[in-house]
Write a new protein. Structure first.
Length: 189
């Protein structure tokens, strides 16, 4: 009993410490947000590499792996408890196309990405804006829950039918043919 309490306390402390360090908790994307993010992925994503940056407990990563079985999903999470949780889930829900890495996504080269998904915070988006410009191949898709990239022109933004009308941004790297911002509310749920 004492051991269980001790482990619970250590896990809680670890989550708090990493949340303070990163400036964000491992709060998962809502079901509506996940649905929208998956819907916004281009159909051509088949067989490509999809990155989930800051994958938390793994909910979105597992859905991506399930819905795109021919793609390779690379989920990256640094906070130990959410990472271990998603690795444990892998034992029960085996997905050959899902790789979960414990590292900072800033240390991951993303040059093989076909798509990048994230749900982060403004500071990370600022830092990622430059990294993504430098590393992503042409036509790569970026989908971000809630927070926009800096100095990137989004190809579309949809607003969820939830309390805060959460925006989901989609960007296509170097795609000059895409229409400019489409700011409309889409109630498809
Ligand atoms: C709000 S959660 C999003 C979880 C998941 N992506 C989703 O949409 O359900 C953000 C996650 O990013 C992780 N994170 C923040 N900075 C990171 C970094 N530099 N490297 C890896 N993970 C990071 C946090 O630990 C947290 O679990």
């Amino acid at each position: 009993m004492i051991l269980v309490l001790f482990l619970a306390l250590v896990s809680f402390a670890s989550i708090v410490i990493y949340s303070l360090r990163f400036g964000i908790t491992p709060m998962p994307s809502s079901k509506k947000a996940q649905d929208a993010m998956i819907l916004l992925l281009p159909l051509t994503i088949e067989k490509g590499v999809i990155y989930e940056l800051g994958s938390g407990w793994g909910g979105l990563a597992f859905r991506l792996a399930k819905e795109h079985p021919k793609a390779k999903v690379i989920a990256i999470e640094l906070s130990p408890i959410p990472y271990l949780f998603s690795r444990a889930r892998q034992l029960l829900d085996k997905r050959a196309n899902l790789i979960i890495l414990r590292k900072s996504f800033y240390d991951q080269n993303l040059s093989d990405a076909k798509a990048v998904l994230c749900y982060l915070f403004p500071g990370a988006m600022r830092k990622l804006s430059l990294k993504l410009k430098q590393e992503l191949p042409n036509q790569c898709t970026i989908i971000s829950n809630t927070f926009s990239l800096i100095n990137w022109e989004n190809t579309s933004v949809i607003f969820l039918d939830d309390l805060s009308a959460t925006p989901i941004y989609k960007y296509t790297n170097n795609d000059r043919l895409c229409p400019k911002v489409v700011a409309k509310r889409v109630d498809f749920f």
